[in-house]
Structure formats: structure tokens, C-alpha cells
Design a protein around this ligand. Structure first.
Ligand code: IPE
Ligand code: IPE
Ligand code: MG
Length: 224
């Protein structure tokens, strides 16, 4: 069965570039193309939710040059993809503390979110300035003054992922086998898939391999 929600930790851009004796930013530029291919492949396969880890709360540790390049790339991606999203029924969504992102990016995101809000094909969620620990702490602050009857529901509604199903599968490229502060609460019963392929080499074939692996899994959720 095709998973309803695929979440991806897009990793390995820097190593892809280093292998080619290119500056790291070239890896990010190639990574943006992989994002386009992946969104297209998921849409074609009828996936309803695709969540991409694009910038973590820890990625601020990187150089200003690299961070600025990533943001300018994101700005270009959003501008370049708006028409495609509208044409193909792709709804844009974000998780993470967007208020910490540059104003021009926030403006672009808000505009596309508004324009694509009625669409019901694929929901593309970009995790930006996202970290699970930050998300959980913000959620706890939101509900701490209330005394909800159903604490689990109130807590889940206070998470950035409110209204989203938990990921069925979390894919990580580049051979690293960790979650790096991504969807820690939501990953409780997600299937995990790791591949050595570096993110800039990612595309339809890799998604197909991940989904073939997913199809062979026995999801028991604590039952039989
Ligand atoms: C992933 O590639 C992109 C982001 C984290 C934004 P990396 O930049 O982490 O690439 P490696 O891990 O250094 O190869
Ligand atoms: C995770 O990759 C973050 C994103 C893909 C945005 P990192 O490259 O930042 O993770 P670590 O540092 O290897 O754990
Ligand atoms: Mg990395």
C-alpha cells in the first residue's frame, strides 16, 4: 500500500559537493532539483502528505554564507514552484518556528499558503527552523495554562503538525541513521528507511525503493 504520509530527512548535500570538489552550496543547489523530482514522484504516486526537513533549529550553527545561500535557494524554489503547485493541486504548509525565518521568505510562504489553501492533492509541508524539542516546548507553553479534558488531544493540537497524520514512513538519505530532532513525537510508529544515496541523487527511483521496502513491513502498533 502507498503510504499516506512520507517524511524525508534530506541529507548529504555537502558530501555530494565535496566528492566533486565543489563548494557545499553547489550540493544544496543540486539538492533543490532533487526536491522537485521527489515532489513530482510523490504526486504521481498519489501520496497525500509529503514532509521535507529543510532547515533545523540546529542548522543555525552553520556559516552565515551557507545559511544565506540556503534561504536564497528556498526563495527561488518557492517562486519557481508556485505555478506548478497551483496547476497540480499541491497545497503548501510549514512546520517549525517560521517567525525565526527571514521576512522575505515568510512573506512568500504566506502568499503561496493562501493561494494553495483550497487545493486537495498533495500537501507539501516544509520543516523550516524546525526542531522537535522546540516544537514540544512551544506546545507545552501553549497548553500549560489550560486544564484540558483530553490532554493528549490538546497537546497534539498544540504541535505544529496539528491536523496532519503521523508519518507512515521516515526516509533519511546519505547513510546517517538518526532522526536529528525531526518529528520525535510523531515518529512513534513510523517505519524508518535509510539509504546511502546522497540527497542530490534522490528522485523517483529512490522513492520507489523506499515504498517497496515499506510495502514489506508488518506494522503492528503494539498489537499482533
Ligand atoms: C542536507 O545536507 C541539507 C541541510 C541540512 C540543509 P547537508 O548540508 O547536511 O549535507 P552533509 O550532511 O554535510 O553532507
Ligand atoms: C538534518 O540534517 C537536518 C535537515 C535535513 C534539515 P543535518 O545534516 O543537520 O543533521 P546531523 O547534524 O547530521 O545530525
Ligand atoms: Mg547533513
Amino acid at each position: 500500500m502507498t503510504p499516506s504520509h512520507i517524511a524525508i530527512i534530506m541529507d548529504g548535500n555537502g558530501r555530494w559537493a565535496e566528492k566533486r570538489s565543489l563548494p557545499r552550496v553547489k550540493g544544496h543547489a543540486a539538492g533543490a532539483e532533487a526536491v522537485r523530482r521527489t515532489v513530482e514522484a510523490c504526486r504521481e504516486m498519489g501520496v497525500k502528505w509529503l514532509t521535507l526537513y529543510a532547515f533545523s533549529t540546529e542548522n543555525w550553527k552553520r556559516s552565515k554564507t551557507e545559511i544565506n545561500f540556503l534561504f536564497s535557494l528556498l526563495g527561488k524554489f518557492l517562486e519557481g514552484e508556485k505555478a506548478n503547485m497551483l496547476k497540480n493541486g499541491i497545497r503548501l504548509n510549514t512546520i517549525g518556528d517560521i517567525s525565526g525565518m527571514p521576512d522575505n521568505i515568510v512573506k512568500k510562504i504566506r502568499a503561496i499558503q493562501k493561494a494553495t489553501a483550497p487545493l486537495s492533492g498533495l500537501t507539501l509541508t516544509l520543516a523550516l527552523n524546525y526542531g522537535s524539542r522546540d516544537e514540544i516546548i512551544r506546545a507545552v507553553k501553549k497548553i500549560s495554562s489550560s486544564k484540558p479534558a483530553d490532554t493528549q488531544k490538546a497537546f497534539e493540537d498544540a504541535l505544529d503538525t496539528k491536523g496532519m497524520p503521523d508519518p507512515d514512513i521516515i526516509i533519511r538519505s546519505s547513510g546517517e541513521m538518526r532522526l536529528s530532532n525531526f518529528l520525535l513525537y510523531q515518529a512513534a510508529y513510523s517505519e524508518l528507511y535509510f539509504t546511502d544515496t546522497l540527497w542530490p541523487d534522490f528522485g523517483k527511483k529512490e522513492i520507489e525503493k523506499a515504498l517497496a521496502s515499506y510495502a514489506s513491513r508488518d506494522r503492528r502498533f503494539g498489537g499482533y
